[in-house]
Design a binder for this molecule. Structure first.
Ligand code: FAD
Length: 494
């Protein structure tokens, strides 16, 4: 009597592989398509989903509901108390609706794969078919092998193979059509499903009203906004992306990560749109900004491939096991100062305050604050990884874990651990006029010239202390030596 598409982190109607398959199946069988979304507050807790991210997802569901409704497709949303109830509840709904097929896109994290395996077994036992699709990556995990037949652990050779593989398999960039309209009878048969309200956020994930209003203006939700942003970026900024992408004071990057993370934009659409603007009509060659941007979107795929091949990274373990025995400092005062943006290192503090202000942080700054936490403060990188997930609007396990592993030298980075960022040099190089610092650290707005990067070391102590800006909590040179020694003895202890 019906076919069901289960929405997860793929909250869009355009170019959605499993949704398209579901729609085709429903059309062939001459039955309605029902869309399903299940909210699991326990999953939000377990996955550290930030309130800003929950808010964005709920706003996205509103848009999705409207879009589906215009095709006479109902979106049924409900909440389960316990995450373990989810497969059982889906089975109940499928049975109530007399549905024969469930479609979904695969999520690759360990918890999700286990949940899906349970669901498939449960539904198969009742004669209900489950079909899943690879959707979130341009190249599905498992497809790319090095010359020796192994999964790549280094990005650059992986990326070369990624490009070649897509050029050899152009179908990977073919977009799926949105679902077709439901038969007229659908609204009669499933009338109650059309009135389903989108719930509000669970209490622990609720935003203050002022924050909700601000975030809504900063990050408009839904696939139409994603498409508009992509179009604008490709029209205005992609050409100079290579030059501007590392300058946090500029709007030089796409700000699309929130859409990739919620699935309001597919990476296929993104890569294809950028490629079509390249005069080579390929992923490589031609416009440098376009090539660089595509190579950044590819990092998303890369980290998902890593996670699938080395699933222990989902279990709080470093990618490089030999880095498991570093003695971290666990200094709580340092961690609090880092979290609040009160370390006395202006570029670090500006970045952490951007995170609190926007639920977002520029990529260069993510690298700076992650290096600072793990090397200068010698704090366990997992504390930072966790804090990011709890606060980012674009929190994505694979990219976040990969980014932290990289910055803390415990991940898929061929560089050895002794590459340690100097926050002062990073600040001078990437925020030369201190524009980003002044935007996010109001205490330092009155400080001019180079002193902005290091007010206490460059003769602006009076102004900084009068404005209540803290002195540096560590000395970078000494902290660097401490980190080198701790990493070295950690590895030797292995
Ligand atoms: P653009 O520069 O416009 O790039 C386009 C897209 O490419 C991004 O939207 C993103 O999907 C992808 N991308 C770019 N750089 C990376 C990268 N280094 N790794 C993976 N994908 C990338 N990204 C997330 O989406 N979620 C996270 O939770 C996350 N955590 C991070 C933690 C650390 C410590 C670091 C160093 C990086 C992290 N990143 C994360 C990657 C990156 O910082 C963001 O994707 C980027 O800043 C988003 O801004 P944008 O959309 O303007 O990016």
């Amino acid at each position: 009597r019906a076919v069901v598409h289960w929405f997860k982190m793929d909250l869009r109607t355009r170019d959605n592989r499993a949704l398209h398959m579901a729609s085709e199946k429903a059309r062939e069988a001459g039955v309605p398509l029902i869309a399903l979304y299940i909210l699991s507050p326990q999953d939000f807790e377990a996955h550290l989903t930030s309130p800003v991210r929950v808010d964005f997802m709920l706003r996205t569901l509103q848009v999705l509901k409207r879009d589906l409704s215009s095709l006479d497709i109902p979106l049924w949303v409900e909440t389960v108390d316990k995450r373990t109830q989810l497969p059982g509840r889906i089975l109940e709904l499928m049975t109530d609706w007399g549905a024969s097929h469930l479609f979904a896109n695969i999520e690759y994290e360990v918890d999700e794969l286990r949940r899906e395996a349970k669901l498939v077994r449960m539904l198969a036992g009742k004669g209900i078919a489950v079909e899943v699709a690879h959707d979130t990556c341009v190249v599905p995990p498992g497809q790319l092998k090095s010359g020796t037949g192994n999964q790549y652990a280094v990005y650059t050779p992986w990326f070369r193979t990624w490009i070649r593989f897509i050029h050899d398999n152009p179908i990977l960039l073919e977009l799926s059509d949105p679902p077709g309209r439901n038969p007229e009878t659908a609204r009669e048969v499933f009338s109650t499903l059309y009135d389903c309200d989108i719930p509000s956020a669970p209490e622990t994930k609720r935003l203050e009203v002022d924050d909700a209003v601000k975030l809504c203006a900063l990050w408009p939700a839904g696939e139409h906004e994603a498409a508009k942003r992509l179009e604008k970026f490709c029209e205005e900024d992609i050409g100079s992306y290579g030059k501007n992408r590392n300058i946090p004071a500029q709007q030089g990057t796409s700000s699309l990560s929130v859409h990739f993370a919620s699935g309001t934009l597919s990476s296929r659409t993104a890569v294809r749109t950028a490629r079509d603007r390249n005069k080579t009509k390929k992923l490589d060659g031609g416009n440098e900004g376009i090539q660089t941007w595509i190579s950044e979107v590819a990092w998303r795929d890369f980290y998902k491939h890593v996670l699938v091949h080395w699933p222990y990274v989902c279990m709080n373990k470093p990618f490089k096991p030999e880095y498991s025995n570093i003695e971290w400092s666990y200094d709580n005062q340092h961690f609090e100062a880092w979290k609040k943006g009160l370390t006395g290192f202006p570029i670090v503090d500006a970045a952490m305050r951007q995170l609190h202000g926007m639920g977002y942080m520029h990529n260069r700054c993510r690298m700076i604050v992650a290096s600072f936490l793990s090397k200068d403060l010698l704090l366990d990188w997992r504390m930072g990884e966790r804090f990011f997930m709890e606060n980012l609007i674009d929190g994505d396990f694979a990219s976040n874990n990969g980014g932290w592993g990289f910055a803390a030298s415990v991940g898929v980075d061929p560089q050895p651990y002794f590459r340690i960022f100097n926050p002062l040099l990073q600040s001078e190089k990437f925020d030369p006029d201190g524009e980003y610092i002044r935007k996010w650290v109001p205490e330092l707005r009155g400080i001019s010239g180079k002193a902005i990067h290091d007010p206490y070391g460059r003769g602006a102590s009076d102004k900084a202390s009068k404005a209540g800006y803290p002195e540096p909590i560590v000395d970078h040179k000494g902290a660097r030596e401490r980190a080198l020694a701790a990493y070295k003895s950690g590895i030797e202890r292995d």
